[in-house]
Design a protein around this ligand. Structure first.
Ligand SMILES: Cc1cc2nc3c(=O)[nH]c(=O)nc-3n(C[C@H](O)[C@H](O)[C@H](O)COP(=O)(O)OP(=O)(O)OC[C@H]3O[C@@H](n4cnc5c(N)ncnc54)[C@H](O)[C@@H]3O)c2cc1C
Length: 492
């Protein structure tokens, strides 16, 4: 930042876009702490007790919890034409312990086991207090979804590849879609809640002390309104659909396809940092496999190996099954740098596809390349033939000995020896941002120095996510509800 220009002048500079400012703020750690965006005596077009920015699972849970704790008026502003956010397109996969379902099936896992696994797999970068809190509440979260909201769950608790090693996974019956109607019904049953769709939160309003007093919103017809509130919740989700912001947090992010969630443009991250919120872990992403030409695919990958166009493997493919996958990012970035293309191939043979139950449909699947010999497959897919044939031979030795001397893969062994052979162009996409604004155990937004921004709360993916696979929805609900409880304890 230019040192002779005051921050106010800097803000006015036409050369600095709001996005650039946000990125600069986030990356340098400078904040507009105590910079008033309003006078001490703002006038409002409307006032409510609780203003919720964003109608994803975090915002909806918080609004419902606020009313159930005595709140008289909640306004949810949602910039899209529907509520539910990422949760209603999610897998509906939630970890938890000692739930009614777990007890029925005599499944027992402890908070300590789940907590330690999350911390270990995330290499101890998570906030211990907030991570433990989400795990501790995970039983209550699932039962709240079932009993208060009416979300249907399957009558089973499973261990799921990619979601930790414990039998703790609860599955929404009908995946994320099945959450939408119960959530809408729960909102409709609480007339204290108003949802304003196609309405975008634009800016937070603060006084000279930096306390949040409300927000400016832009409604569907383009009119702006100043909404005053005793407390404001930022629940606007992640930022990986905002390509420029996404790449500004880590240049290597350019190689990752981004989320299909059009609302995840980092608005809350920008608004909150403008009033001084701290940020952390912005370069941390959860990445998943995706067919290169099919952004909605859920690529089966159990019995596959990955090779680049150079014909060589480049990672332990089974690391996709871990809950921590920053390391995967690093491998993929290195691979793309080496091969010069932003995809690799998932390789399987007829027998391995049969083991995954997808052999019948494979040949007709868009994007699948197949051939009767490895050489022919390499030619069709423009893979280095010599390297590829040698690599498959090496892999078959590893599979026979169940020992991967190159990348230490330790599971899902299979030979690639039964033609036809298959190659599918594959890449990674970022499904969840793991970095964001900082908050405390009351879900109050904090500054870089740890102090609280009064009346400002946050939950879900706009925050530094304190838990990963199987606990992301859980995390948003936990802190949405905690925020509401704290707000209501303050109002009362
Ligand atoms: C494909 C997919 C599958 C997933 N599967 C799982 C799973 O099985 N289990 C799990 O735990 N997690 C899963 N996740 C992650 C999880 O769904 C999300 O992390 C979680 O739902 C985020 O909730 P949220 O309320 O914080 O944000 P979001 O769901 O992103 O909601 C934020 C809302 O705010 C709105 N908004 C944004 N900016 C503004 C603004 N300026 N004004 C007004 N509104 C705004 C957005 O339109 C959006 O509706 C999955 C994610 C994806 C993408």
């Amino acid at each position: 930042m230019t040192k002779n220009i005051s921050r106010r002048d800097f803000l006015k500079s036409s050369a600095v876009t709001a996005l650039g400012l946000a990125a600069t703020t986030m990356l340098t750690g400078c904040s507009s702490n105590n910079e008033p965006t309003e006078t001490n005596e703002p006038t409002f077009d409307e006032t409510v007790e609780y203003l919720v920015l964003g109608g994803g699972i975090g915002g909806l849970s918080s609004a419902i919890e606020a009313v159930d704790n005595g709140c008289k008026s909640v306004l949810i502003v949602e910039k899209q034409g529907y509520v539910g956010g990422a949760a209603v397109v999610s897998g509906g996969i939630l970890g938890g312990y000692d739930t009614e379902i777990a007890k029925k099936h005599n499944v027992s896992v402890t908070v300590d086991q789940l907590y330690e696994e999350q911390m270990r797999e995330k290499k101890y970068i998570l906030d211990p207090e907030l991570t433990r809190l989400t795990i501790e509440k995970s039983k209550d979260t699932i039962e709240w979804l079932m009993n208060t909201i009416g979300v249907p769950f399957k009558d089973e608790v499973v261990q799921k590849d990619g979601y930790g090693t414990y039998q703790a996974i609860h599955l929404v019956d009908g995946e994320g879609h099945a959450m939408r109607e119960p959530l809408e019904a729960a909102i409709a049953a609480r007339p204290e809640i108003e949802i304003r769709l196609k309405t975008r939160a634009k800016k937070l309003i603060t006084n000279d002390e930096g306390d949040v007093l409300g927000a400016i919103i832009t409604q569907e017809d383009g009119t702006e309104k100043k909404i005053g509130a005793k407390a404001v919740l930022v629940a606007t989700g992640g930022f990986n659909a905002n390509h420029d912001l996404f790449v500004s947090t880590h240049p290597a992010n350019r190689v990752f396809q981004t989320s299909l969630m059009a609302g995840s443009t980092g608005d809350g991250l920008i608004m909150a940092t403008e009033v001084g919120a701290g940020t952390n872990s912005l370069d941390q992403l959860q990445v998943y496999l995706r067919e290169y030409n099919n952004p909605t695919s859920q690529t089966p990958y159990m019995y596959t190996i990955f090779v680049g166009t150079d014909g060589k493997r480049f990672m332990d493919e089974k690391r996709t099954a871990q809950t921590y996958n920053q390391e995967i990012k690093d491998d993929v970035i290195a691979e793309y740098g080496k091969t010069g293309v932003d995809y690799f191939y998932s390789i399987a043979d007829e027998a391995s596809l049969a083991m995954m139950g997808i052999a019948d449909a494979a040949k007709d699947h868009v994007g699948v390349i197949y051939a009767n010999t490895l050489e022919e497959l390499a030619e069709k897919a423009s893979i280095n033939k010599e390297n590829f044939v040698a690599e498959i031979a090496k892999w078959n030795t590893f599979a026979a000995n169940q020992k991967d001397d190159d990348f230490n893969r330790n599971t899902f062994w299979f030979p690639i020896s039964t033609g036809p052979y298959y190659a599918l162009q594959t890449t990674w996409f970022s499904s969840v941002c793991h970095g964001g604004i900082t908050k405390n155990a009351n879900a109050q937004v904090t500054r870089f120095d740890g102090s609280v921004i009064k009346n400002l709360y946050a939950c879900g993916e706009v925050c530094v996510v304190t838990n990963s696979n199987g606990y992301t929805i859980s995390n948003a609900i936990t802190f949405g509800r905690i925020a509401a409880q704290h707000v209501m304890s303050q109002i009362k």
